[in-house]
Design a protein around this ligand. Structure first.
Ligand SMILES: Cc1ncc(COP(=O)(O)O)c(C=O)c1O
Length: 326
């Protein structure tokens, strides 16, 4: 018989799926690394399990412990699934701009969810960075995950996502395009791919309101770049240790409107019901058109599933209210 011993064994080995209509004007082959096939419906299952196993191995996470993390939802889902299988409790701190579905989903898998305001400085005691840290200090037998600076995040992608993409494309990949939040995905996959072939170009997708693109181009952390934005999962107002700028060739920024519109288009044109950062990623890839030639094989990674956005990007009343559609 062929079966997984528990749900965690089904993480990884996701398919590579060709994009057809939305990329019809591009000269190259465009393939999507389709991460919603993971059991928590996102790429984050990979790094969540890696972070837990590394913390178990060196004693940071002890039997019966409580896992504490600031998470926009997907990392929380991955951590919660692993916590259920392995017998830990979870407390997740989430910012109030995240979709209600994401909060409900985390509660559905047994986590306690604490909601914090988005529009405060990271140093503010109410911010979700500060509240996660404080809970980590106050809760007995707890472990604060810190996906932003935890090297196991990048390691998961270096050890699984990167090698899968290399193998699935038979080493023919020429460009990798992906949204950047904590940086774990781009840094782990980027490092692995460049070690196989240093000519592979690694492109990050950023949002307006985030510091990454300007920092990469100038080395300046410009606070004037920081303002509230709608796109979920990518862009930051901090520089996470998991963003390895050395393996990134460039960033392109996608507007909130374009990210939302292209999230709908992926569903309607390709039958790909995906999250908001997938819309940003495919639009960003189209913006990079002049970088691609006929024989190129471009891989874009899609992080999460559309079900988490039914109240927003898949709700036409919300889309009209935001001025994104007529
Ligand atoms: C929906 C979504 N897209 C993109 C990202 C960015 O991925 P990474 O944190 O690996 O840079 C995340 C993670 O924060 C996410 O949840």
């Amino acid at each position: 018989m062929q079966y997984a011993k528990n749900i965690l064994e089904t993480i990884g080995n996701t398919p590579l799926v060709k994009i057809n209509k939305l990329t019809a004007d591009l000269p190259c082959l465009v393939l999507s690394k389709y991460e919603t096939f993971n059991p928590g419906n996102s790429v984050k299952d990979r790094m969540a399990l890696q972070m837990i196993e590394d913390a178990e191995a060196d004693g940071r996470l002890k039997p019966g412990g409580t896992i504490i993390e600031g998470t926009s939802g997907n990392t929380g889902m991955g951590l919660a699934l692993a916590a259920i299988v392995k017998g830990y409790k979870c407390i997740f701190v989430i910012s109030d701009k995240q979709s209600k579905e994401k909060m409900d989903i985390l509660r559905a898998v047994g986590a306690e969810v604490v909601v914090c305001p988005t529009d405060v400085e990271p140093e503010d005691p109410r911010s979700y960075y500060s509240v996660s840290k404080r809970l980590g200090e106050e809760t007995p037998n707890s472990w604060y995950v810190n996906q932003y600076d935890n090297p196991s995040n990048t390691k998961a992608h270096y050890q699984s996502t990167g090698p899968e993409i290399w193998k699935q494309t038979e080493g023919k990949i020429t460009h990798f395009v992906v949204g950047v939040g904590t940086g774990g995905t781009i840094s782990g996959v980027g490092k692995y791919l460049k070690e196989q072939n240093p000519d592979i170009k690694i492109w990050g997708i950023d949002t307006y309101g985030s510091v990454f693109k300007k920092y990469h181009e100038t080395g300046i952390f410009d606070e004037k770049e920081i303002y509230p934005y709608v796109t979920e999962g990518i862009g930051e107002d901090i520089l996470p240790e998991n963003v390895n700028f050395d393996v990134i060739d460039g960033f392109t920024k996608v507007t909130d409107k374009d990210a939302a519109v292209y999230t709908q288009l992926l569903a309607k044109e390709e039958g790909m019901f995906l999250g908001n950062s997938a819309g940003a990623a495919i639009k960003g890839l189209l913006q990079l058109k002049e970088h691609f030639t006929k024989d190129d094989v471009v891989v874009v990674l899609f992080h999460d599933h559309g079900s988490r956005y039914v109240g927003k990007m898949f709700n036409d009343d919300w889309m009209r209210k935001m001025g994104y559609i007529e």
